[in-house]
Structures are given as C-alpha cells and as structure tokens.
Design a protein. Structure first.
Length: 202
C-alpha cells in the first residue's frame, strides 16, 4: 500500500508549498507588488491588444492601469482556487487512508478488485472517494482556506504599503470554493466513468 501513502505525502507537501508561495507573494511590499502587476498587465496587452507596441507610452500606461485591478484580483482568485483544489485532494486522501468506508476501489474487467488482481505485481488499488467523503473533505478545505485567507490579510497589514481588505478575503474564499467544486465535479465524473466501465465489463 505504498502508492496511496506516497500520494498522500505528495499532496500534503504540495499544499504546504503552495501556502508558502501565497505567503511569499503577500510578503512583497507595495512597490514590488505593483511592478509585478504592471509586468503581467503589459504582457497581456501585448498578447491581446492589436498594435499595442505602436501606441504612445502614455496610452499604454493608461491601458495597463485599466486592467490592473481585475488582473490583481484574478490572481487572488486563481491562487486560492489552486489552494482549494489541493486542500480538498489532501483532505480526501487523508480521510480515505487505508481504503476505508470513505472510498471505493475501482474494479477490473473480470469484476475483481484491483487490489486482488494486482497483489502479485505489488500495485496498490485505486481509491475513489465517495460523494459524502468528498463533501466532507470539501467542507474541511473551505474552512481551512477561509482561515488562511483571513490570516493572509492580517499578514499584509504588517507589510509596507500593503493592507488587509475584507473584499480580498471574500475573493480568496470564492477561489477556494471554486477549487472544491472542481474537485467534487471531477470526483462525480470519475465515479460515473468507473461505474460505467464496471457495468460494460459485466
């Protein structure tokens, strides 16, 4: 059963690393943060605005300013959407550790459990969290994500030029919620595919 254990450890490490990345991005002072946002805005303008390079400098700067707000908030949303995905997957993997009642094992064509057919090859069975387990994992992920969003905004109060904002907490929490919904949708799809494969094999 080494493979599921390795998967749990990997997901946990990825989640911690992503939280550390968010912390690092929030630690950047206002000048560094604005410079990064300007670079991203300029990159997007070069891609999507026709003849952007030929526009007067003042007009290019004005265009960057117009899209700066949605770009910055979109970055917030995306950061926390990824966090929501990682938190949900990590919570689900920990809850279904050992193949308990929170998961179901995929079956092969002969109707045997993969754990039985692959035991000789040393392969671990595949665990697909059931709907209640995934719902519970998503709830845990949303709660942790909300707490982290609050702590992130409190952290920014102490960063020069930055400020904590309730609006950003709401945006971050929405990102986590989207991430949990994506994982739940993927779980439903995988269970349907697995069920359909099992039905066709019989």
């Amino acid at each position: 059963m080494k493979h599921p254990k390795n998967c749990r450890i990997l997901l946990l490490c990825l989640t911690i690393l992503w939280m550390a990345f968010i912390f690092y991005m929030s630690s950047r002072n206002d000048d560094d943060s604005k410079a990064q946002s300007s670079a991203v805005c300029e990159f997007l303008c070069e891609i999507f605005v026709e003849d952007y390079a030929e526009l007067p400098p003042a007009q290019r700067i004005e265009m960057q300013k117009r899209i700066s707000f949605p770009v910055r908030k979109g970055a917030h949303l995306t950061e926390y959407m990824v966090l929501g995905i990682l938190l949900t997957l990590t919570a689900a993997s920990l809850m279904t550790a050992g193949g308990g009642s929170g998961s179901r094992r995929s079956e092969n064509r002969c109707g045997e459990r993969d754990g039985e057919s692959d035991r000789g090859a040393g392969n671990a069975p595949m665990h697909i969290p059931n709907a209640p387990a995934l719902e519970k994992a998503a709830s845990h992920a949303l709660a942790i994500g909300l707490l982290y969003a609050v702590s992130d905004e409190i952290h920014q109060v102490f960063v020069p030029g930055r400020a904590g904002q309730l609006r950003d907490i709401l945006i971050d929490t929405a990102g986590v919620l989207i991430g949990t919904c994506l994982v739940r949708a993927a779980g439903r799809l995988l269970r349907k595919c697995d069920k359909g494969t099992g039905t066709m094999s019989h």
